[in-house]
Design a protein around this ligand. Sequence first.
Ligand code: SF4
Length: 393
Amino acid sequence: MIGITFRFANIEVKPKNIMSNPTAGLYIHIPFCLSKCAYCSFCSIESVRLIPQYIKALARELEFYRRYFGEFATVYLGGGTPSLLKPGEIDLIFQAIRKNYIIKADAEITLEANAGDISAEYLKELRAIGINRLNVGIQSFNDKVLKILGRRHDARQAVSAITAAKQAGFKNLGIDLIYGVYGQSIKLWEDTIKQALAFMPEHISCYQLSLNEKTPLGRKYQSEGWRIPAENLAIEYFNVTADRLEGEGYLHYEVSNFARREKFISRHNTRYWRHEPYLGLGASAHSYLSGRRWWNKNVVARYIKDIAVDKNPVAASEQLTDDQLRLEELFLGLRTKRGINIKYYKRLYGVDLISDKKAVIEALIKNKLVIKQGGFLRPTRAGMAVADSLALI
Ligand code: SF4
């Protein structure tokens, strides 16, 4: 560890104790989509025109951080729609990464793909570049649900996308699904899970629809008087999901995430949950190192312009206090099956979690929401269903 202040043009980033060239995760945001999904509030634009300039900006931004990051154990191309990039464009990004950093030989290298855009030929080219994990945004196998969500693909294309990934030889395939959509019943959701299980993907993420009122779908919910599932129904969706997937042998390792085996747990996302260092590049991307978090501007053209004149694209940064880090540790840890390592927590924050929160933890144990096991405080299934409120202990 070395004490250091670093500055990119206009923003000072000053971690208390910056780790010298830690092994980290690398996230690259690709903010381009052909059309905007009705519920989307991510940083993405409905145009591909700026892709070449954006890739140049990414290559330049990669150079900024050479002093602080050396080696990546995970690389994640997320979006937006990374699968809109041509293989040659993805290759350029990887050339720029490898020019400046080491990607570990056993690195997990993920690309997010949209079900409507991919073919086996395209995916074979991605594998040749080094992508070894594909995450496909399926969301549903029901056309009515896909229509409400405003997705560009239909159920038939969802099936073709998974088939193409298998044909291309991906041995670590993840799919994303969404539940709690207006008009969807538990029965329709169970059908979607059943269809997903027919492919036995290595990883399945099941998210409850979260609505931003400024999105078209948020406005539609308001104007039509539609409701997101009440707590009881949301818990029923959650339990049905966990029952079906665990019944097929999947590990429910985080509130929304299931892996077919331990080795398929997302190593990249696990870094976020454990406060491990990660570098995020591209518009809106977040980074974390030694208690310092910083994030880039979220306007794509602005990001490109700033980098073109060697100006820092960072929008803001914050140094988390020990108290903030401790609360995040609780919040993130209690969303995972692994839970919180009691000894590690004490070493890090100088607080014995069990005696400090004795009364609350005893009540949670009595209500079967958490258990103490093997030196960890872990959420039970019922605890995971209400994980956000557990973190308030
Ligand atoms: S594909 Fe993802 S990023 Fe693009 S519009 Fe849809 S939800 Fe948003």
